[in-house]
Design a binder for this molecule. Structure first.
Ligand code: IMP
Ligand code: ZN
Length: 360
């Protein structure tokens, strides 16, 4: 009874930080903090003073107007990818990203990234992936296996069919090397591309037993009947964002109980949604019975950690500590890492709940 009463109390940042959390929607490059990018920039500038890229602390300052759907995607292609061009900077940034999720209380992480070769260097897509996987393995070992880490490979909407199929081949090739690759994602600028291009790639992923997650209905232009019908035909296991979903697709999603990756700060700050946090579609989906996993999307760009996302959900939707524990449990249902991982996470949450109810 005592524990019941305590868990009804209002949420605070101490609670959300210590809550063992599951992060399922985080893009590696978008998760790199401005400070880590600045450190990499300083080193590059030291080696080559004529380098023309601006200081990340200026480019990515949160005091400026936030990135929106038009300015956000070029940030990667024209800036961050030009800054991170060596194995050592891929390593430095990946390890820093893992460390910051861990420090924020994430205990199960599925990180996603788009395989990328670095022009003018020996870094191929394979080298890129194996570098990221090595970092994951190293971090997993050094954290005493405290944070489980998996990789998802992203297909970018601007990819041609062959490149998308190649990403699936890479996921299959690397699925059991180091930390496992558990699935494939469709991401990228939602204003671009025709998703029917990826039919063969996702069919191949499904046949190979890889899980599928798709960025879904992010902007009105990517929420047409044709697009959403095509995406659902790829039999996704989870959907990201689900913002502009027409009622009949909503019904289908609810019927299939698809896992939903919802990213509050990213949507509000990038103005993908209207009415601020209180009007975020988390409120609607929450009533449907679909399991929800809050995610940061791009914490390096939007500056809101996963524990802050739980706090925001708590504050804007009047959720109690018990509700946030429930939300964390619903994220477990969406995990791609298998039942053992789920059981481990449920246990962590149960232990946390007991500890909280025992503490004064
Ligand atoms: P990377 O895949 O690790 O290089 O992370 C950066 C990439 O993630 C970007 O180039 C985008 O394609 C993708 N991305 C990050 N945030 C979003 C989003 O909100 N919607 C769609 N794609 C995204
Ligand atoms: Zn995303």
């Amino acid at each position: 009874m005592g524990s019941h009463i305590k868990s009804q109390s209002s949420v605070d940042s101490n609670f959300t930080r210590h809550l063992p959390k599951v992060e399922l929607h985080a893009h590696l490059t978008g998760s790199i903090s401005p400070q880590t990018l600045h450190d990499i920039w300083l080193e590059r500038k030291g080696q080559d003073p004529s380098m023309e890229l601006d200081d990340p602390l200026k480019v990515m300052s949160t005091e400026k107007e936030h990135f929106n759907v038009f300015t956000f995607f070029p940030l990667f292609d024209t800036y961050i990818y030009n800054l991170i061009t060596s194995v050592s900077s891929i390593r430095q940034s990946t390890l820093a990203v893992l460390q910051s999720f861990y420090a924020d209380g994430v205990r199960y992480l599925e990180l996603r990234t788009t395989p990328r070769a670095v022009p003018g260097t020996s870094i191929s897509k394979q080298i890129y992936i194996s570098t990221v996987l090595d970092c994951m393995d190293e971090f997993f070992q050094s954290s005493g296996n405290d944070m489980s880490i998996y990789l998802i490979l992203s297909i970018d909407r601007k990819n041609a069919a062959e490149e998308a199929a190649q990403t699936v081949d890479l996921a299959i090739e690397f699925r059991n090397q180091g930390r496992p690759v558990v699935g494939v994602d469709l991401c990228g600028n939602p204003a671009r591309g025709d998703v029917s291009t990826f039919r063969v790639a996702f069919a191949k992923a499904k046949d190979a037993g890889l899980k599928i997650t798709l960025h879904f209905a992010e902007i009105p232009a990517s929420s047409t009947e044709d697009e959403l019908r095509a995406l659902l035909s790829y039999q996704p296991d989870r959907l990201g964002h689900v913002i502009h979903v027409p009622p009949k697709f909503k019904e289908e999603i609810v019927e299939k109980k698809l896992g939903l990756e919802l990213c509050l700060s990213c949507n509000v700050l990038a103005k993908l949604t209207e009415g601020g946090f209180a009007e975020h579609h988390f409120g609607e989906w929450q009533k449907t019975g679909c399991p929800i996993a809050l995610g940061t999307d791009d914490v390096g760009v939007f500056g809101s950690s996963l524990s802050n996302e739980y706090l925001l959900a708590g504050q804007h939707f009047s959720l109690t500590k018990a509700d946030l524990l429930g939300l964390s449990r619903s994220a477990i249902e969406c995990m791609f890492g298998g039942n053992e991982e789920k059981d481990k996470m449920y246990k962590l949450l149960n232990d946390f709940q007991e500890l909280k109810s025992a503490s004064p």
